[in-house]
Design a protein. Structure first.
Length: 540
């Protein structure tokens, strides 16, 4: 992938996708593979917003049993199999456990029935999968075996555990980059750091977009027959401000969701522990919503907490208070963890779609199904589709439905969708050097990854490489020496001077510590040494 904004203005496209998270990337890949002329842009880097801030789980929807939503379970199971099939190097099986308690809806008998139904609904879950990619059947385990895995506060009450299998993304950001690479290989034109200023509307139909290259400041127009608004939290502002559509209600309401990365507080099984909040969507009530403590590298990734959000998406921030409250909830659910703010390695936070609250709701009611909105029908503006995605797992399916609608808008017969079985560009196991140990090897693997990211993956900022092209920042701050070495490696590729390197390093440090307060959490990492700062910057 080579960044070339001039290609966006050279011709008219069949489809312009705005937003390059997992939803936009999947739309671009599907449309390009079906033969459409596709452009995809994002005002930031690829996968730099909501898709980056995930729990890294591709799940088959066992918890939808409490909603009695068998259709959604079926979709999730099928899409989980798709990801295991098309991205075996980036998606792997992971065991999950929830405790069984008492004689009610959380009893051994109730969970045994739920696991049997889950296996029945997913009878074809292993189609096209081999070896360790196959999802085993769920089972109820003994109290002794459950206690070996369970860290929760109510361990003295548990009678056993429900054990089932889902999947985990080794790197969600890398997965989106690979989907985008596959889209480009199929003919799509993808450019990051291009912001939409307005949509061009003529005779009640969108015919293009006025955009600005964020890096150069150059403004130009992209001609297109259909626009797909996959802008995530900004989906509503794009409809209202860029398209000028006046509607009484927002396209979607938003909730703030948060996961935190911390030291290991459980084993190699992802474990559900009851938190303080309920699930207002559940038709079968069984107590508090489960928090999941998942193994992530040698750490634990814990999530997810939700709260309603009323502000503008661009103003979203996570405060120290937000993090402290979530740490308190984790300590409530897992008292033995004894977490403090100093244990938090990284905060993953983003905005997710929520349903309209109902009278009496004390907790956030999440949007259950993705939405594909034809604005010709809803707002009398043709050529515009908005996609409101609800989870990573079903992004491929949502994209398929969007592309089907796009072909209908274009008045063309649609070729069959092939994204459920066609492997991504990088389908083998992906391994990264993560910078552990805090040492920079000037001739090592990480330096080669920096070169690959700049030369072939459209990385133009140090933050692109640290957070979305390599694993350097996956465990939190990798240390000043590693960041400094990466900055100098990028400088050698892009011709940065010392002042530019310092600005890029400051931007990365801000991501690691943007929510810390004057008296709160401090990142434990060495500052770049004076000798590091004084090293000459290579020019190229």
């Amino acid at each position: 992938m080579k960044r070339d904004p001039t290609k966006l203005a050279e011709r008219a496209f069949d489809l312009l996708v705005i937003g390059a998270g997992i939803n936009g990337a999947c739309v671009a890949r599907d449309a390009a593979m079906r033969g459409l002329a596709v452009a995809v842009i994002d005002r930031g880097d690829f996968v730099s917003s909501t898709s980056f801030n995930s729990l890294r789980i591709v799940h088959g929807g066992l918890r939808y049993l409490q909603h009695l939503d068998f259709g959604r379970m079926r979709q999730s199971i099928r899409e989980r199999s798709c990801w295991l099939r098309i991205a075996p190097g980036l998606v792997r099986c992971l065991p999950f456990m929830a405790p069984t308690i008492g004689r009610g809806m959380r009893s051994r008998a109730a969970f045994r029935a739920a696991l049997r139904i889950n296996d029945w609904v997913g009878f074809d879950r292993n189609r096209g999968l081999e070896g360790d990619r196959r999802i085993p059947s769920g089972r109820v385990i003994s109290r002794a075996e459950a206690l070996e895995r369970y860290p929760g506060r109510d361990a003295d009450r548990i009678t056993g555990g429900a054990l089932w299998y889902d999947a985990q993304m080794i790197s969600s950001e890398r997965l989106v980059v690979e989907v985008m690479r596959s889209a480009v290989d199929a003919g799509a034109v993808a450019v990051n750091y291009v912001a939409v200023e307005s949509l061009v509307v003529a005779a009640d139909r969108v015919t293009g977009a006025r955009v600005r290259d964020v890096l150069s400041g150059e403004a130009f127009e992209i001609g297109t027959r259909v626009v797909v608004n996959a802008a995530g939290p900004a989906v509503d502002s794009l409809v209202r401000e860029a398209a000028g559509i006046r509607r009484p209600n927002p396209v979607v309401r938003l909730s703030k969701a948060m996961n935190i990365l911390t030291r290991r507080i459980a084993g190699e099984t992802a474990v559900g522990v009851p938190g303080r909040h309920c699930d207002p969507n559940a038709k079968i009530k069984h107590g508090a919503r489960l928090l999941f403590v998942t193994p992530w590298r040698d750490l634990s990734l814990v999530g997810t907490t939700h709260a309603a959000y009323e502000g503008r998406p661009a103003e979203f921030r996570v405060s120290e208070t937000d993090v402290a409250e979530f740490v308190d909830e984790i300590n409530y659910a897992v008292p033995a963890a004894r977490l403090t703010l100093h244990d938090v390695r990284f905060v993953y936070a983003g905005l997710l779609p929520m349903a309209d609250p109902k009278p009496g709701d004390a907790d956030v009611r999440l949007l259950l199904h993705h939405r594909v909105i034809d604005h010709r029908r809803q707002d009398a503006v043709g050529g515009l589709i908005s996609l409101v995605g609800v989870k990573f797992t079903t992004a491929r399916l949502a994209a398929e439905q969007v592309v089907d609608l796009a072909f209908a808008m274009l008045g063309r017969p649609s070729p069959p969708c092939r994204t459920a079985d066609a492997p991504l560009t990088c389908c083998d196991e992906v391994k990264f050097y993560d910078g552990r140990g805090g040492r920079w090897d000037d001739s090592g693997t990480l330096k080669e990854e920096v070169r690959r990211a700049v030369g072939d993956e459209m990385a133009v900022k140090l933050s692109d490489v640290v957070f979305r092209r390599t694993d350097a920042g996956s465990r939190g701050h990798p240390g000043g020496e590693v960041l400094g070495g990466m900055g100098l490696a990028m400088a050698a590729e892009l011709g940065w001077d010392a002042q530019r390197v310092d600005r890029e390093l400051a931007e990365v440090e801000a991501v690691f510590g943007h929510w810390k307060g004057d008296s709160g959490y401090r990142i434990d990492s060495a500052e770049r040494s004076k000798s590091e700062r004084s090293r000459p910057v290579s020019q190229s």
